[in-house]
Design a protein around this ligand. Sequence first.
Ligand SMILES: Nc1ncnc2c1ncn2[C@@H]1O[C@H](COP(=O)(O)OP(=O)(O)O)[C@@H](O)[C@H]1O
Ligand SMILES: [Mg+2]
Length: 243
Amino acid sequence: MMANRSMLELKGISKAFGAIVVASDIDLTLSRGEALGVIGPNGAGKSTLFNLITGMLRPDRGRIILEGEDITQMPPEARCRAGLGRSFQIPLPFTHLTVFENLSVAALFGAQVSEAEAVQLCGEILSLTGLETKANVLAGSLPLLDRKRLELARALATRPRILLLDEIAGGLTDAECHLLVETIREIRKGGVAIIWIEHVVHALLAVVDGLIALDFGKIATQGAPADVMRSKEVQAIYMGVPA
Ligand SMILES: Nc1ncnc2c1ncn2[C@@H]1O[C@H](COP(=O)(O)OP(=O)(O)O)[C@@H](O)[C@H]1O
Ligand SMILES: [Mg+2]
């Protein structure tokens, strides 16, 4: 087999709900170690893109290739075990379990490690995400920053090779946002490739190598972050939309 730098490829992915086209002929390549940002207005199809990649939705057309293997028909749990981890835009932790227990569930079922390995892995993730002092706190009683951290930590506990982050910076203070950016940079250094959907553009630009702008389920433009931000397409999409 030929060496292939791409970890994840979407080829001609399309999806409609009735008359609403939420993904239209999407081609996307994520290279090894790359971090890609995704921007676009509400309803553009960003979260839907993650649902298609993780298998929560099946495309009407197109193929998804992970490390050279066609996973278009693979169920979500198998994709998770194959290295695709995600955070959800609306965090859904087990509210009556502790932070540590939430991570353990993700590690045991997602990363499929032994109990001893799960304890070790969860400990590492707690410190990476700044949750070490909150290990025994019930997830349901965490303030916003810690809920965001837990959402990131839960995704990491499945030991992803590709991490999909859906709007994790919204609502944080500048200082909190800065901490989050530092954490995501650390995760990258560990060799994890990232696709990050984010409205907080300055946070995104501090991390990503490439940017994709989605609008009405289509890639309006993609490329180097600065070029995309300056592009006619992005100017048009955000015209009248407060930054
Ligand atoms: N399960 C679904 N059934 C019907 N419509 C959906 C479903 N999921 C998303 N949509 C619609 O698809 C469009 C894109 O949604 P979404 O991907 O959540 O947008 P974004 O994350 O960019 O804000 C929206 O119009 C939304 O209402
Ligand atoms: Mg969304």
